[in-house]
Design a protein around this ligand. Sequence first.
Ligand code: AMP
Ligand code: MG
Length: 404
Amino acid sequence: MISVQEATARIGAHPGVPPATQIPLSQAVGCILREPVHADRDFPPFHRATMDGIALAFAQAAAGRRTFRVAGTVYAGTPPVRLADPESCVEIMTGAVLPGGADTVVRYEDLQLDEGPGGRRATLRGTPEKPGHNVHLRGTDGRQGDLLIPAGTRLGPAEIGVAASVGRATLTVSGPLRVAVVSTGDELVEVDQVPLPHQIRRSNAHMLGAALREAGAAPALFHVPDDKPTIRRTLERILPEHDCLVLSGGVSMGKSDFVPEVLRELGVETLFHKVAQKPGKPFWFGRAAAGQAVFAFPGNPVSTFLCCYRYLVPWLRAAGGQPVLPAAHAVLDETIRFPPPLTYFVPVRTYQDARGVVRARPLPGSGSGDFANLLHADAFLELDAGTDTFPAGEAFPLIRFRNG
Ligand code: AMP
Ligand code: MG
């Protein structure tokens, strides 16, 4: 049996990064970017009017000039023009290029337009505040060559918009990891079936599928009965089609727990079996000959759930090239005694106290079968093996499975 820390290290040593591919921008949302995206030009790329009004030379207004000859109109999309002379101005619309010789935009609200003897003219109601007013200067948001989106970012609509604005019609990404989720057990029936008194529904597979999807992977659900040849045949078929295999059930010491044995027969190398933790002690982890990671969790729903959030989800984030989340902690509300030499993961409900400190109220429930208890919890607190008493008021690592 190995420690939680050792299990974490062995899983972390197994990369499992999916191959990078180039795909059209329109299909990239949800994928992990595998190359940096840089600005192809300055942001904004030209001095841009941010208001509708007139563009003029500030120095003229500052020197007391109130009336300017209107020499023309520029719109968003009009190629750049120059002021004919410092006494003139041009009407300018939001998004248009500031004319050469002008440095300031005065809003329509702050001027009057009329026809004078020499043609159309604009008269200011006051002096503009400062040079550059209502102008978004070229390069203020970013410079050509600036790193805009680092590799490893999960692409959302904002990233897609930025990539489009710098001309990236295609992006190098890794697609979602294809994960086979396999529940095992003769007692399990489909979610849409009515179980007989000795049967239960295969909830773990759906929970794992949901957690995987939330973590950006592409799960496919399978089920096998507790029959060695069937388990072997099924795993042999689905293993080559997936980047990762996640099993639930069949890894303990029971007479029908065939999973470790079958995996070994299929050439999956055992990297560990059994972790000094509660729940989830029989957790098995290995590596297939073709490189896929294989996680086999004990079937008790809370065990599967804990193992999923403590080991699988962080591994998936790393495999997808996403940054490691900062370690979270919470202050324990009640003293907990746990003498066995195991790391104890206790379900908790977190909240912020008046001083903004994140605190955790333990909800131990009735053990690893008490799935419904998790509806009231939002995290596990990790209480290290080797200590018996975990005093109220002390902070411990937090594994969140719910936000907000
Ligand atoms: P096992 O790890 O196969 O010995 O299963 C331990 C317990 O978890 C048993 O009570 C199983 O009925 C239950 N169990 C196993 N797999 C699932 C599943 N997919 N959904 C819900 N409960 C399960
Ligand atoms: Mg079983």
